[in-house]
Design a binder for this molecule. Structure first.
Ligand SMILES: Cc1cc2nc3c(=O)[nH]c(=O)nc-3n(C[C@H](O)[C@H](O)[C@H](O)COP(=O)(O)OP(=O)(O)OC[C@H]3O[C@@H](n4cnc5c(N)ncnc54)[C@H](O)[C@@H]3O)c2cc1C
Length: 448
């Protein structure tokens, strides 16, 4: 097997798999393409691989096609699987099924075209990479080397941020689970008292995993907002919203006004937020650094609660579980913790009473800060001054087409990024509608 490739895609989650699919579909001459992904299934990644068969997508089936320009692609695929939904606008497919879909898109692209492409999946991690005269040399974790003319980094979300100062000592405790995706392997005792920190989508996943595995001990969820994400609606209608404001403060005002106007016409607020989505990246790139930092500091969690919503059934179930006493959710602006050998005691800084837990799970979601990323590859690229952080120190800096910008302000030849890694530059880049578009455009740029 040749270790030389035209293009190497590092990471085989949804982003890596879709960009590989697009490359195979668009290439007009035979392509030597390699995807390096430690997991056995391309397409699964964190979102669609590290979940149980009960976890569902948070977007209905008619809005989660992976192929740009073909909005019904996922629906047609479901039909071929003999499981067409009756109401696609209200059908939330299983996440594991979505991983099968992405893997199938890649297989079909590989076998459908006229070209004799060579595609390999290296089940490894890339630990380091360096520029060469011809392109890039990548080191795998078994120490083999790959060579490529061009490389796409599709590494997904950066792992969770370190806990805030008052909780950092928890990292040394066996009773603290910093990476919530390890919960399924951990299989805690069913009677344990468990605390979950965070109340976003990661926390919801964690809670669902626990309750569905018939956890019987008390579960307490603590978060700054004390609120779950908002709920999807089946009352969807297009609400074209071309904001006039370009500055953050005015934009917030304009969104509020639009929501009031929409509600006066009996139009659900979610349609206004969705109507803004095609403009989000342009608005974000027009903000000053100060506006971007302000947004991340004061508005990001509210934005996320309203932008990244949960399916109605998941919300109903949460309500039932809460009423049945399976968990409780409390607002805690700042948590304090004392770690002992057998338990961790937690309390909100404004309360006198401590609560004891046998396990505390960090579910505050991914960290955007590149300098805090634990990925050896990203650390090496930073140390070698190949990449730099994006705005607000989040993700990697990149041009509109995904080409990475180095610390010298110059585009890095043959090095591109896709998906959540571009969050600092684009803000809206973690969900399928944006990823599929990036994949299509990036493939075109790479092939030319
Ligand atoms: C739990 C969860 C649920 C979600 N649900 C939805 C949803 O319903 N709808 C939606 O639109 N979006 C959803 N998202 C958003 C999600 O970010 C995107 O949909 C998409 O899955 C991102 O894929 P990715 O490939 O960029 O990242 P990931 O899925 O994180 O995949 C990155 C891959 O890169 C690999 N990797 C990392 N470092 C290296 C390395 N050095 N060498 C080789 N490989 C490496 C990892 O093994 C991993 O498989 C969800 C996200 C999460 C976390």
């Amino acid at each position: 097997m040749s270790l030389y490739h035209d293009i190497v895609v590092v990471g085989g989650g949804a982003s890596g798999t879709i960009v590989a699919t697009q490359l195979l579909l668009q290439a007009e001459t035979p392509l030597q393409l390699c995807c390096v992904e430690p997991g056995p299934r391309l397409g699964a990644g964190l979102a669609y691989g590290r979940c149980s068969d009960k976890h569902v997508l948070n977007v209905p089936a008619n809005r989660i096609s992976a192929m740009a320009g073909d909005a019904e692609h996922f629906l047609h695929w479901l039909q071929q699987q003999q499981s067409p939904p009756q109401d696609p606008g209200d059908f939330y497919a299983r996440r594991q099924l979505y991983a099968d879909y992405l893997a199938d898109c890649l297989q079909q692209a590989l076998h459908s075209g006229q070209q004799q492409h060579q595609f390999t999946h290296q089940q490894q991690m890339v630990t380091a990479m360096r520029p060469t005269a011809e392109g890039w040399q990548l080191r795998l974790d078994d120490n083999r080397l790959l060579k490529a003319r061009q490389v796409v980094l599709a590494l997904g979300n950066l792992p969770a941020a370190r806990p805030p100062g008052s909780l950092q000592h928890l990292l040394r405790s066996d009773r603290y689970l910093h990476d919530p995706w390890r919960l399924q392997q951990l299989q805690p005792d069913r009677a344990e008292r468990i605390a979950i920190i965070g109340s976003g989508l990661t926390a919801l996943d964690t809670l669902q995993t626990l309750i569905r595995s018939d956890h019987r001990g008390a579960i307490e969820v603590f978060s700054r907002s004390g609120q779950w994400p908002t709920v999807q609606t089946s009352h969807r209608q297009a609400y074209p919203f071309n904001p006039r404001a370009t500055r953050l403060r005015e934009l917030v005002r304009e969104i509020r006004t639009q929501i009031k106007t929409a509600q006066a016409q009996d139009i659900d607020w979610r349609n206004v937020i969705d109507g803004l989505r095609p403009h989000t990246q342009a608005l974000w790139s027009g903000f000053s650094e100060t506006e971007k930092s302000r947004f991340r500091r004061y508005l990001l969690s509210t934005w996320n609660r309203h932008r990244h919503r949960i399916p109605p059934r998941a919300a109903q179930q949460l309500q039932q579980w809460e009423q049945a006493g399976r968990f409780s959710l409390s607002r805690a602006r700042r948590l304090e913790a004392i770690a002992g050998a057998d338990e961790i005691r937690l309390r909100s800084h404004d309360q006198a009473a401590w609560s004891s837990f046998q396990l505390v799970i960090n579910a505050t979601g991914p960290c955007g800060h590149l300098s805090r990323a634990v990925s050896p590859l990203l650390q090496q690229l930073l140390a070698d001054a190949v990449i730099r952080s994006g705005p607000c120190n989040v993700g990697v800096d990149s041009l509109a087409d995904g080409q990475i910008i180095g610390p010298d302000d110059q585009p890095v030849a043959g090095l591109y990024a896709i998906g959540p890694l571009r969050q600092g530059t684009l803000l809206e880049t973690t969900a399928m509608p944006e990823i599929k578009l990036q994949a299509q455009q990036l493939a075109a740029a790479l092939l030319h």
